[in-house]
Design a protein around this ligand. Structure first.
Ligand SMILES: *Cc1c(COP(=O)(O)O)cnc(C)c1O
Length: 372
């Protein structure tokens, strides 16, 4: 058969991302491409930024989508506020904390890590103690929703301590934004980034980021220029802000911006609280149904993400072959484990428009047929 996108078979995307994309978003992306300086496009971009502030729970002026996936915003978050020789504290209890560490090291930071077992939270007290031991740290970074394990990290206590210090609070909200509250301002978060392809339900390609006034001040007073030209927030601010000079930096991914705009419109039509409730309800339903079937939930009880469920199959059954059949026979995608959890668990995402009882029903019916 000729390879053509018109032959693509639709899947039910219940993995760790990308999540299903609704027709309204796909239709929005099919609108005519505009120039990146066209006033029509600038109005859409400004509105995206305003809507992002509401979803993030922030009044931060410097809030915009980075051109790239979540990993691009992850690099941007560190690259803008870290200078060579800076001390950075990073919490690691899964893949993404490990990546923060690797990125910070590549930027010349001296990284202090606080590690916890995969599947467990990092006790906030341990982060606070690490900060007390290294009060000169310029940044403390942690992952809110660890997609590799399904753990939801408490942020409140850490934010309260850092607010009264010189250390910036940097949070990975790639899997949390749009699925559970992030509350950037309430948690005193200085740098927060996400991605379009998880709970926002938009294809991969843009990555919302926000910088607090304190973080902007840090960027302005850098001694060395941001290591990355492409991700330099000081340069990008000349294009993205409502009062900006609209100076050309790079060509914005125009049609992706339409998709993100429509995704944010859909989110507000539903209502953000209703959306959080929907994710909470279907996540809880899936988790109890899997336990009834003999699955063992991997993430620490009381700290489980509703939008990402990690679970070992009943009776020590090998996960890979079943997952493959789920995709080929039933058209349902779920993820496998990473790192120490590789081969041991499934990671089931109920994100964005995928977070429905219908998704749960389809998955469970297939699982019953495959394991029954
Ligand atoms: C998915 C993810 C990323 C990376 O995002 P990409 O879109 O895959 O580049 C970073 N952090 C977390 C917690 C994620 O789940």
């Amino acid at each position: 058969m000729t390879v053509s996108v018109s032959n693509i078979q639709e899947r039910l995307l219940l993995g760790p991302g990308p999540s299903p994309v609704t027709d309204r978003i796909l239709q929005a992306m099919a609108r005519p491409t505009l120039g990146h300086l066209d006033p029509q496009f600038l109005a859409i971009m400004d509105d995206v930024n305003e809507r992002l502030r509401r979803v993030y729970g922030t009044t931060n002026e410097l809030t915009f989508p980075v051109s790239g996936t979540g990993s691009a915003a992850q690099e941007a978050s560190l690259a803008n506020v870290v200078e060579p020789g800076d001390k950075v504290i990073v919490g690691i209890n899964g893949v993404f904390g490990g990546r923060l560490t690797e990125m910070a090291r590549r930027m010349g930071a001296e990284v202090v890590t606080v590690e916890a077992e995969w599947g467990r939270i990092i006790d906030p007290q341990r982060m606070i103690e690490a900060h007390a031991a290294h009060p000169e740290a310029r940044v403390l970074a942690i992952v809110h929703a660890e997609t590799s394990t399904g753990v939801r990290q408490p942020l409140k206590e850490i934010g309260e301590v850092l607010a009264g210090s010189e250390t910036l609070f940097l949070v990975d909200a790639v899997t949390s934004l749009g699925g559970i509250p992030v509350d950037v301002d309430a948690h005193h978060i200085d740098v927060c980034y996400s991605g379009t392809q998880k709970c926002l339900g938009v294809p991969p390609g843009l990555a919302p980021i926000t910088f607090s006034p304190r973080a902007v001040e840090r960027i302005r007073s850098r001694k060395s220029p941001c290591q990355s030209w492409y991700l330099d927030a000081a340069l990008l601010a000349d294009y993205v802000g409502a009062g900006a000079q609209r100076k050309y930096h790079h060509t914005a991914p125009i049609n992706m911006m339409y998709g993100l705009h429509e995704g944010l419109v859909l989110l507000e039509e539903e209502g953000i609280e209703a959306r959080f409730r929907r994710h909470a309800e279907v996540g809880a339903a899936l988790q109890s149904s899997l336990e009834e079937r003999g699955f063992t939930l991997f993430a620490q009880e009381g700290h489980r993400l509703p939008q990402l469920t990690s679970a070992a199959l009943p009776g020590g059954r090998e996960e890979g072959p079943v997952r493959k059949e789920l995709l080929t026979r039933f058209g349902i995608e779920v993820g496998g484990g990473l790192g120490p959890a590789a081969g041991k668990i499934w990671r089931v995402g109920l994100m964005g428009s995928g977070a429905t009882h219908e998704s749960v029903g389809r998955l469970l019916a297939a699982v019953d047929e495959l394991l029954g």
